[in-house]
Design a protein around this ligand. Sequence first.
Ligand code: TMP
Ligand code: ZN
Length: 433
Amino acid sequence: MRASRTVTARAQFMLSPVFGSGCLGNASGVPHVTCRICTAQTETILDLGSSPPANSLLSTPADHLDSYPLVLEHCATCGNVQLRDCLGAAELYQNYLYVTPDSPQLQAHYERLHADLRRGQYISPRSFVLEVGSNIGLLLRYLRPQVRKVLGIDPAANICKMAADAGVETVCDFFDPQSAARIREVHGTPDIIIARHCLAHNSDPHVLISAASSLLADDSHLVIENAYVLNTLEQNEFDQIYHEHMFYYSLRSMSALLAHHGFHVVNVFLAAVHGGSIVFVAKRQRAADDVAPAVHERTQHEDKVLTPVTFRHFAANTATIRSILRDLVFDLCSRGKKVYTYGASAKGNTLLNYVGLTREQIPFCADSTAVKQGKYLPQSLIRIISEAEALANPPDYFLLTAWNYRDEIIRKVRGLGNSTSRFIVPVPFVDVV
Ligand code: TMP
Ligand code: ZN
């Protein structure tokens, strides 16, 4: 059975039990470990123990948040990699504060994405672009002068207000067939739908795809960007595993998902953002020459690389990183060195909780997001401070929990006159720079 309403954005909610899933809180309370794309049986790849929802920050260290398992599963039938246990809205989004950072790296990515879509003729100056999970509208702000019309949809009211204040019209709702029908009535039919880093945030991805399908003409394009499972596995990015990331997509699993809705992938692009991402371009209409060579090349590469051996290496490397990082931080603390983390990212919470680091070793986390400052990381209870505060009283070491912005952050810190703090980079292997 599929969910009647669902969630797609960075902040969208799962509202009901879903298609073949092993969601926590289902009627029996027992996870059925079946693939949520194709319903076949799955196997465990990695077990990271339990952690609280990674984007839920605490107002005081005394606040309580429950922890839930983080177990990764693989479906040999369709290639899907998924989180075994999915949380519902109440657990996942009660203190949700993700705001897309205004980062030069992301701006460069928007430009490149637009150029790639232009080159493939998937977007044009005449396009009406609908972005699902548009957050505060940074991509749409970039696209607005380049196209006929932009519209966002995001369910988080505080986030939609920030987008509206920046002049980006944003429907505050979940993206599902009902809201899609309302969008068609009020705004007309989009020429292209873009969903960046939000499809995996929904335990039932079929709902988003069917909503997109209900809006798009046969020759219009659906663009989905997601962290790429190959990067996650090959770069030992175990900290990408947290409750919002319910799927770890490959071209193979994405193609299997889209095929349920009559879509096929016509192009793929790789991007360096968020630890390595993949952009899938799909449509329904089939033409003899519509599939770019990159799709065939990527399929062949995945067939070679996405094997049980890779999964085993990933699990072994994850355990190695835990023990090295733990020893390093405990050793630094025992020698009186001051260690902070940099970046109150969701992945930082998986990392800290899995490695077993808390405010006992690391009192502060520097982060540029104003709404996060003054709050506490869940479980580790590390207090979030501004970058300026961290700079005024710098540590000997920053554990770089926003390693996806590594060069940008190190450049910023050095540029602000801090030439002494060193950076511990946790992945792909623990490195001190
Ligand atoms: P993300 O990888 O999920 O986007 O999280 C990155 C976090 O790092 C986010 O909370 C913002 C923070 N950050 C800084 O504190 N300084 C920076 O320069 C950048 C780029 C991000
Ligand atoms: Zn499957």
